[in-house]
Design a protein around this ligand. Structure first.
Ligand SMILES: Nc1ncnc2c1ncn2[C@@H]1O[C@H](COP(=O)(O)OP(=O)(O)OP(=O)(O)O)[C@@H](O)[C@H]1O
Length: 271
Protein backbone atom coordinates (compact mmCIF):
# COMPACT_ATOMS: atom_id res chain seq x y z
CA UNK A 1 0.00 0.00 0.00
CA UNK A 2 1.31 3.44 -0.93
CA UNK A 3 -0.83 5.77 1.12
CA UNK A 4 -3.36 5.12 3.86
CA UNK A 5 -5.47 8.05 4.99
CA UNK A 6 -7.70 7.62 8.05
CA UNK A 7 -10.20 10.00 9.58
CA UNK A 8 -8.72 13.09 7.95
CA UNK A 9 -10.42 16.28 9.12
CA UNK A 10 -9.52 19.90 8.46
CA UNK A 11 -10.85 22.63 10.70
CA UNK A 12 -10.52 26.34 9.97
CA UNK A 13 -9.59 27.84 13.35
CA UNK A 14 -10.34 31.37 12.09
CA UNK A 15 -13.86 30.85 10.78
CA UNK A 16 -14.55 27.80 13.01
CA UNK A 17 -15.70 25.91 9.90
CA UNK A 18 -15.02 22.24 9.36
CA UNK A 19 -13.74 22.07 5.78
CA UNK A 20 -13.08 18.33 5.52
CA UNK A 21 -14.59 15.74 7.86
CA UNK A 22 -13.52 12.19 8.55
CA UNK A 23 -12.15 11.21 5.14
CA UNK A 24 -10.52 7.79 4.79
CA UNK A 25 -9.08 6.10 1.71
CA UNK A 26 -6.16 3.95 0.64
CA UNK A 27 -3.99 4.23 -2.43
CA UNK A 28 -2.59 0.94 -3.66
CA UNK A 29 0.40 0.71 -5.97
CA UNK A 30 -0.70 1.10 -9.60
CA UNK A 31 -4.38 1.57 -8.69
CA UNK A 32 -5.37 5.12 -9.52
CA UNK A 33 -7.81 6.94 -7.27
CA UNK A 34 -10.34 9.53 -8.39
CA UNK A 35 -11.78 12.18 -6.09
CA UNK A 36 -15.03 13.66 -7.41
CA UNK A 37 -17.62 16.10 -6.11
CA UNK A 38 -18.95 19.53 -6.86
CA UNK A 39 -16.97 22.72 -6.51
CA UNK A 40 -16.19 23.52 -2.88
CA UNK A 41 -16.75 19.95 -1.65
CA UNK A 42 -13.21 19.77 -0.23
CA UNK A 43 -11.40 17.72 -2.88
CA UNK A 44 -8.36 19.98 -3.18
CA UNK A 45 -8.20 20.68 0.54
CA UNK A 46 -8.10 16.93 1.23
CA UNK A 47 -4.89 16.44 -0.76
CA UNK A 48 -3.39 19.75 0.32
CA UNK A 49 -4.02 18.80 3.95
CA UNK A 50 -2.15 15.54 3.47
CA UNK A 51 0.78 17.31 1.79
CA UNK A 52 1.05 20.07 4.42
CA UNK A 53 0.02 22.75 1.92
CA UNK A 54 -2.74 24.41 3.94
CA UNK A 55 -2.63 27.74 5.79
CA UNK A 56 -1.30 27.58 9.38
CA UNK A 57 -4.75 28.26 10.84
CA UNK A 58 -6.14 25.12 9.20
CA UNK A 59 -5.96 22.35 11.78
CA UNK A 60 -5.44 18.96 10.18
CA UNK A 61 -6.19 15.80 12.20
CA UNK A 62 -6.25 12.06 11.50
CA UNK A 63 -3.45 10.00 9.99
CA UNK A 64 -1.90 9.70 6.51
CA UNK A 65 0.66 6.93 6.35
CA UNK A 66 3.12 6.95 3.45
CA UNK A 67 5.68 4.13 3.51
CA UNK A 68 5.02 3.54 7.19
CA UNK A 69 5.30 7.16 8.33
CA UNK A 70 2.47 9.47 9.29
CA UNK A 71 2.77 12.51 7.02
CA UNK A 72 0.56 14.56 9.33
CA UNK A 73 3.17 14.28 12.08
CA UNK A 74 6.23 14.92 9.90
CA UNK A 75 8.57 17.86 10.38
CA UNK A 76 8.56 20.43 7.56
CA UNK A 77 11.85 19.15 6.11
CA UNK A 78 10.71 15.52 5.90
CA UNK A 79 7.48 16.67 4.27
CA UNK A 80 9.45 18.72 1.74
CA UNK A 81 11.42 15.60 0.90
CA UNK A 82 8.20 13.67 0.29
CA UNK A 83 6.94 16.44 -2.01
CA UNK A 84 10.30 16.76 -3.77
CA UNK A 85 10.79 13.04 -4.40
CA UNK A 86 7.74 10.90 -3.80
CA UNK A 87 4.44 12.73 -4.31
CA UNK A 88 4.25 15.41 -7.02
CA UNK A 89 1.31 17.63 -7.69
CA UNK A 90 0.09 18.96 -11.05
CA UNK A 91 -2.04 22.02 -10.62
CA UNK A 92 -5.33 23.09 -12.13
CA UNK A 93 -4.08 26.04 -14.09
CA UNK A 94 -0.78 25.48 -15.86
CA UNK A 95 -0.42 29.15 -16.83
CA UNK A 96 -0.41 30.33 -13.22
CA UNK A 97 2.20 27.74 -12.26
CA UNK A 98 4.85 29.44 -14.43
CA UNK A 99 6.46 32.82 -13.91
CA UNK A 100 5.56 34.94 -16.97
CA UNK A 101 8.95 36.68 -16.89
CA UNK A 102 11.17 33.63 -17.43
CA UNK A 103 11.38 31.09 -20.21
CA UNK A 104 9.68 27.78 -19.62
CA UNK A 105 12.96 25.92 -20.10
CA UNK A 106 14.77 27.95 -17.45
CA UNK A 107 11.96 27.30 -14.98
CA UNK A 108 11.92 23.59 -15.77
CA UNK A 109 15.69 23.34 -15.29
CA UNK A 110 15.66 25.30 -12.05
CA UNK A 111 12.96 23.08 -10.59
CA UNK A 112 14.81 19.91 -11.55
CA UNK A 113 18.18 21.22 -10.24
CA UNK A 114 16.55 22.00 -6.92
CA UNK A 115 14.59 18.76 -6.56
CA UNK A 116 17.14 16.33 -7.92
CA UNK A 117 20.34 18.16 -6.87
CA UNK A 118 21.80 17.88 -10.37
CA UNK A 119 23.72 20.27 -12.66
CA UNK A 120 22.00 22.58 -15.16
CA UNK A 121 23.41 20.54 -18.01
CA UNK A 122 21.88 17.35 -16.65
CA UNK A 123 18.60 19.14 -15.93
CA UNK A 124 18.47 20.37 -19.52
CA UNK A 125 19.05 16.89 -20.90
CA UNK A 126 16.37 15.38 -18.66
CA UNK A 127 13.91 18.13 -19.65
CA UNK A 128 14.56 17.51 -23.34
CA UNK A 129 14.15 13.75 -22.91
CA UNK A 130 10.91 14.03 -20.94
CA UNK A 131 9.40 16.57 -23.33
CA UNK A 132 10.42 14.35 -26.24
CA UNK A 133 8.80 11.30 -24.66
CA UNK A 134 5.60 13.33 -24.20
CA UNK A 135 5.55 13.74 -27.97
CA UNK A 136 6.82 17.32 -28.11
CA UNK A 137 8.85 17.93 -31.22
CA UNK A 138 11.52 20.64 -31.27
CA UNK A 139 11.66 20.53 -27.49
CA UNK A 140 14.79 22.70 -27.35
CA UNK A 141 13.01 25.49 -29.29
CA UNK A 142 10.02 25.16 -27.02
CA UNK A 143 12.14 25.54 -23.90
CA UNK A 144 13.25 28.98 -25.12
CA UNK A 145 9.67 30.26 -25.11
CA UNK A 146 7.90 32.30 -22.47
CA UNK A 147 4.68 30.92 -20.92
CA UNK A 148 2.39 33.26 -22.87
CA UNK A 149 3.87 31.98 -26.14
CA UNK A 150 2.63 28.44 -25.45
CA UNK A 151 -0.86 26.93 -25.44
CA UNK A 152 -2.54 25.65 -22.27
CA UNK A 153 -2.04 22.05 -23.41
CA UNK A 154 1.66 22.65 -24.06
CA UNK A 155 2.19 24.23 -20.62
CA UNK A 156 0.28 21.37 -19.05
CA UNK A 157 2.72 18.97 -20.73
CA UNK A 158 5.69 20.97 -19.39
CA UNK A 159 4.27 20.57 -15.89
CA UNK A 160 3.74 16.87 -16.48
CA UNK A 161 7.34 16.60 -17.77
CA UNK A 162 8.66 18.17 -14.56
CA UNK A 163 6.47 15.94 -12.39
CA UNK A 164 7.58 12.81 -14.25
CA UNK A 165 11.30 13.72 -14.32
CA UNK A 166 11.28 13.66 -10.54
CA UNK A 167 10.21 9.99 -10.80
CA UNK A 168 7.68 10.17 -8.01
CA UNK A 169 5.67 7.23 -6.71
CA UNK A 170 2.48 9.25 -6.85
CA UNK A 171 1.27 12.16 -9.00
CA UNK A 172 -1.73 14.11 -7.78
CA UNK A 173 -3.41 15.87 -10.69
CA UNK A 174 -5.92 18.51 -9.59
CA UNK A 175 -8.41 19.17 -12.42
CA UNK A 176 -5.65 18.56 -14.96
CA UNK A 177 -7.88 18.89 -18.00
CA UNK A 178 -10.45 21.49 -16.96
CA UNK A 179 -8.72 24.39 -18.69
CA UNK A 180 -8.13 22.48 -21.94
CA UNK A 181 -10.24 21.99 -25.05
CA UNK A 182 -11.64 18.51 -25.77
CA UNK A 183 -8.92 17.39 -28.18
CA UNK A 184 -6.07 18.56 -25.99
CA UNK A 185 -7.84 16.95 -23.03
CA UNK A 186 -7.85 13.59 -24.71
CA UNK A 187 -4.16 13.94 -25.60
CA UNK A 188 -3.27 14.78 -21.99
CA UNK A 189 -5.37 11.84 -20.76
CA UNK A 190 -3.57 9.53 -23.19
CA UNK A 191 -0.28 10.85 -21.77
CA UNK A 192 -1.39 9.98 -18.23
CA UNK A 193 -2.38 6.50 -19.35
CA UNK A 194 1.03 5.96 -20.94
CA UNK A 195 2.88 7.19 -17.84
CA UNK A 196 0.79 4.94 -15.64
CA UNK A 197 1.56 1.90 -17.77
CA UNK A 198 5.20 2.58 -18.63
CA UNK A 199 6.58 4.36 -15.58
CA UNK A 200 4.43 2.66 -12.96
CA UNK A 201 3.28 5.97 -11.51
CA UNK A 202 0.11 5.83 -9.41
CA UNK A 203 -2.20 8.81 -9.82
CA UNK A 204 -4.78 10.61 -7.75
CA UNK A 205 -7.06 12.51 -10.13
CA UNK A 206 -9.27 15.25 -8.76
CA UNK A 207 -11.97 16.10 -11.25
CA UNK A 208 -15.52 17.24 -11.89
CA UNK A 209 -15.42 15.17 -15.02
CA UNK A 210 -16.79 11.71 -14.38
CA UNK A 211 -15.75 10.62 -17.89
CA UNK A 212 -12.11 11.27 -17.02
CA UNK A 213 -12.47 9.49 -13.68
CA UNK A 214 -14.21 6.49 -15.23
CA UNK A 215 -11.49 6.23 -17.83
CA UNK A 216 -8.47 6.58 -15.60
CA UNK A 217 -9.17 5.24 -12.12
CA UNK A 218 -9.74 1.98 -10.32
CA UNK A 219 -11.09 3.49 -7.10
CA UNK A 220 -13.23 6.55 -6.53
CA UNK A 221 -14.06 8.73 -3.55
CA UNK A 222 -17.18 10.87 -3.88
CA UNK A 223 -17.22 13.99 -1.69
CA UNK A 224 -20.01 16.37 -0.70
CA UNK A 225 -19.78 19.23 1.79
CA UNK A 226 -16.37 18.06 3.02
CA UNK A 227 -17.53 14.50 3.69
CA UNK A 228 -17.14 11.19 1.92
CA UNK A 229 -20.51 10.02 0.62
CA UNK A 230 -19.29 6.99 -1.30
CA UNK A 231 -16.01 5.18 -1.77
CA UNK A 232 -15.24 2.02 -3.72
CA UNK A 233 -14.28 0.52 -7.05
CA UNK A 234 -14.96 3.02 -9.81
CA UNK A 235 -16.76 0.52 -12.00
CA UNK A 236 -19.10 -0.57 -9.20
CA UNK A 237 -19.75 2.94 -7.91
CA UNK A 238 -20.66 4.20 -11.38
CA UNK A 239 -22.74 1.19 -12.26
CA UNK A 240 -24.58 0.80 -8.95
CA UNK A 241 -24.30 4.06 -7.02
CA UNK A 242 -25.60 3.53 -3.49
CA UNK A 243 -25.80 7.12 -2.35
CA UNK A 244 -28.44 9.57 -3.59
CA UNK A 245 -25.88 12.25 -4.38
CA UNK A 246 -23.66 9.82 -6.30
CA UNK A 247 -26.72 8.70 -8.29
CA UNK A 248 -27.44 12.32 -9.14
CA UNK A 249 -23.83 12.93 -10.18
CA UNK A 250 -23.70 9.81 -12.31
CA UNK A 251 -27.05 10.57 -13.99
CA UNK A 252 -26.25 14.19 -14.80
CA UNK A 253 -22.50 14.26 -15.30
CA UNK A 254 -21.98 11.08 -17.24
CA UNK A 255 -24.25 12.34 -20.00
CA UNK A 256 -22.01 15.37 -20.28
CA UNK A 257 -19.00 13.12 -20.41
CA UNK A 258 -20.31 11.14 -23.38
CA UNK A 259 -18.77 13.38 -26.01
CA UNK A 260 -15.41 13.05 -24.28
CA UNK A 261 -15.74 9.28 -24.22
CA UNK A 262 -16.51 9.24 -27.95
CA UNK A 263 -13.32 11.15 -28.64
CA UNK A 264 -11.35 8.75 -26.44
CA UNK A 265 -12.73 5.71 -28.24
CA UNK A 266 -12.09 7.07 -31.72
CA UNK A 267 -8.89 8.96 -31.02
CA UNK A 268 -8.67 12.75 -31.16
CA UNK A 269 -8.36 13.09 -34.91
CA UNK A 270 -11.01 10.64 -36.15
CA UNK A 271 -13.97 12.53 -34.73
N1 LIG B 1 -7.08 29.01 1.72
C1 LIG B 1 -8.31 28.80 2.20
N2 LIG B 1 -8.73 29.42 3.31
C2 LIG B 1 -9.98 29.21 3.81
N3 LIG B 1 -10.88 28.39 3.25
C3 LIG B 1 -10.52 27.75 2.14
C4 LIG B 1 -9.23 27.90 1.54
N4 LIG B 1 -9.18 27.16 0.42
C5 LIG B 1 -10.38 26.53 0.33
N5 LIG B 1 -11.19 26.90 1.35
C6 LIG B 1 -12.56 26.43 1.57
O1 LIG B 1 -12.55 25.04 1.68
C7 LIG B 1 -13.70 24.47 1.05
C8 LIG B 1 -13.27 23.36 0.12
O2 LIG B 1 -12.48 23.92 -0.94
P1 LIG B 1 -11.72 23.03 -2.01
O3 LIG B 1 -10.86 23.94 -2.81
O4 LIG B 1 -11.10 21.87 -1.35
O5 LIG B 1 -12.94 22.51 -2.89
P2 LIG B 1 -12.90 21.65 -4.21
O6 LIG B 1 -13.87 20.53 -4.00
O7 LIG B 1 -11.51 21.27 -4.57
O8 LIG B 1 -13.50 22.66 -5.27
P3 LIG B 1 -13.06 22.99 -6.79
O9 LIG B 1 -13.59 21.84 -7.58
O10 LIG B 1 -13.79 24.25 -7.08
O11 LIG B 1 -11.58 23.12 -6.82
C9 LIG B 1 -14.42 25.61 0.35
O12 LIG B 1 -15.56 25.91 1.09
C10 LIG B 1 -13.45 26.75 0.38
O13 LIG B 1 -14.13 27.95 0.58
Amino acid sequence: MLLEVKNLSIYDAETKDTIVEDISFTLEQQRNLGIVGESGSGKSMTVKGILGLVAPWMKVSGTAYFEGEDMLKMKAKAMQNIRARHISMILQDAMSAFDPLDTVGKQMMETLCEHLKISRKEAKQISLNELGSLGIQEASQMMKKYPHQLSGGMLQRCMIAIAVAIKPDVIIADEPTTALDAITQSEVIATFQRLHAQKRITFIFISHDLGVIRHLTEEVLVMKDGKSVEYGRTREVFRYPQNKYTKYLVDTRLNLACSFEKIMRKGPYDA
